[in-house]
Design a protein around this ligand. Structure first.
Ligand SMILES: [Zn+2]
Length: 259
């Protein structure tokens, strides 16, 4: 049997991303509220009317109901189609960069987790253990079969956990405030488990730099005070996706100086 054409696989991966984005909306809403993600089935968050299957079709469903619950007409958050479109686009991006390889499956699951952490940290300033600790276990197990290999994954977990923990301790001693939460520590360990220690360090660098730029920007715009607390997990999620897809050449180039 001939393998399916490249374009067809790309379309399939994108559609899968849209469907998983739809599921992520459930996770993003329910996990921080300590609700079950599997029961009850999708329902309106205002009137709890069950959602018909054709209104649950990614993107199309939101357009069909005009952004309002079909039963009570309560507005449905624009977050729903945004998360669906974003996940579909991320899946396609991964496929175009990685291609039809085994590691693609690991990285797609990782991307889905990053979307959930991005949105939950932005809205609730928490990073659920179900995703971060679960991700460490899955990432380490997968590293026996695909890159970065178990050694880099293990160092990534330990260093990813230790570095932000040390920063948080230092912050607490020097300024008497919590700089980073424990959620950030576990999330960075998860990133280390999946991407390996080199790309984990790159992720931390990218997230810190972009966080600083946004923080200074908000301060200049008069939107925040010195105590402004940015959701660092949100920045880590974006940085991890970029580093995971395009960081390897940068790490190679940097390592070249030491050869
Ligand atoms: Zn409703």
């Amino acid at each position: 049997m001939q393998p399916p054409p490249y374009a067809l696989v790309g379309i399939f991966v994108t559609l899968m991303g849209l469907a998983i984005g739809s599921f992520l909306n459930v996770v993003i809403y329910r996990l921080p509220r300590d609700l079950s993600v599997s029961f009850p089935p999708s329902n309106c968050t205002s009137c709890h009317a069950p959602i018909r299957w054709y209104h649950n079709i990614p993107l199309l469903g939101y357009a069909l109901i005009g952004g309002r619950c079909a039963a009570c007409r309560a507005p449905v958050s624009i977050r729903y189609p945004i998360v669906e479109a974003l996940t579909g686009a991320l899946f396609l991006w991964h496929f175009l960069v990685i291609g039809p390889e085994w590691i693609l499956a690991v990285r797609l699951a990782f991307a889905a987790a990053m979307v959930a952490l991005f949105a939950i940290d932005l809205e609730h300033q928490i990073l659920p253990d179900e995703i971060t600790l679960g991700g460490i276990a899955v990432g380490f197990a997968a590293s026996f079969a695909v890159a970065p290999g178990w050694m880099s994954s293990l160092i990534g977990i330990v260093a990813g956990g230790a570095i932000p923990w040390a920063i948080a301790e230092l912050y607490l001693r020097v300024r008497g405030v919590d700089g980073l939460g424990f959620g950030d520590v576990k999330m960075l360990a998860m990133i280390g488990a999946v991407l390996g220690w080199e790309l984990m360090l790159l992720t931390l660098l990218l997230a810190s730099a972009s966080g600083a730029v946004v923080g200074v920007g908000l301060m200049l715009a008069g939107r925040g005070t010195r105590q402004l607390k940015l959701p660092f997990g949100t920045f880590l999620a974006v940085a991890a996706i970029v580093a995971g897809l395009h960081g390897a050449p940068l790490v190679e180039w940097y390592a070249g100086f030491y050869r």
